[in-house]
Write a protein that binds this ligand. Structure first.
Ligand SMILES: Cc1cc2nc3c(=O)[nH]c(=O)nc-3n(C[C@H](O)[C@H](O)[C@H](O)COP(=O)(O)OP(=O)(O)OC[C@H]3O[C@@H](n4cnc5c(N)ncnc54)[C@H](O)[C@@H]3O)c2cc1C
Length: 159
């Protein structure tokens, strides 16, 4: 049977005009590898079966789960609805999946929402003393905005 956990949103921060960072409760024993994702639904009538995949942007060692999500406000989908949620609202998360992981030095090219899966394995490696440079110029506007935000916050000091 597949996993299903109802988790409360504990913090929401705006990253750009249409990207928000959501921190939610972490179910006991719930683990993932950097770069992996889960399906997320909103725990409200009419939305519980609408699952969409999102990557964890927290580390497995953090006491919470975090997602960084772009809202598409041009149609009434899940990300548009996520953008209306407040602290205290609930999400439903499912099994962990995904195969992106660090396998040695190389280049990882990502844009748009794909940036989240490229960033977190790098963030995880910082603890092991390895360094990573982020090159954001030339990416699409949303990916670029997230890249600049993450670079300033996490990699600026390492340059
Ligand atoms: C493994 C994986 C990990 C992911 N991780 C992240 C992440 O960490 N963060 C993140 O932000 N995203 C991530 N995504 C992308 C995310 O899953 C999608 O943005 C999300 O599913 C969109 O859901 P929705 O219901 O809002 O849009 P949907 O209704 O599912 O539409 C998806 C796309 O179609 C377009 N579209 C559909 N209907 C219309 C319409 N009527 N008018 C105009 N446009 C329309 C939307 O603009 C959008 O581009 C990930 C995707 C995968 C596969």
């Amino acid at each position: 049977m597949s996993e299903e956990h109802i988790v409360r949103i504990t913090n929401i921060e705006s990253v750009t005009h249409d990207v928000r960072r959501y921190q939610v409760e972490k179910p006991q024993g719930y683990t993932f590898k950097p770069g992996q994702a889960t399906e997320v639904a909103i725990n409200k009538e009419g939305w519980k079966e609408e699952r969409r995949p999102f990557t964890f942007t927290s580390l497995n060692t953090d006491p919470y789960l975090e997602f960084t999500i772009k809202s598409y406000n041009d149609h009434p989908g899940v990300t548009n609805e996520l953008g209306k949620l407040k602290v205290g609202d609930e999400l439903i998360i499912h099994d962990v999946w995904g195969v992106i992981e660090y396998k040695g030095p190389g280049y990882f090219i990502a844009g748009g929402a794909g940036i989240t899966r490229r960033k977190i394995p790098g963030r995880d490696r910082r603890g092991s003393g390895r360094r990573e440079r982020s090159v954001g110029k030339g990416w699409g506007s949303d990916g670029d905005a997230i890249a600049r935000w993450r670079s300033a916050r996490e990699f600026g000091a390492a340059r």
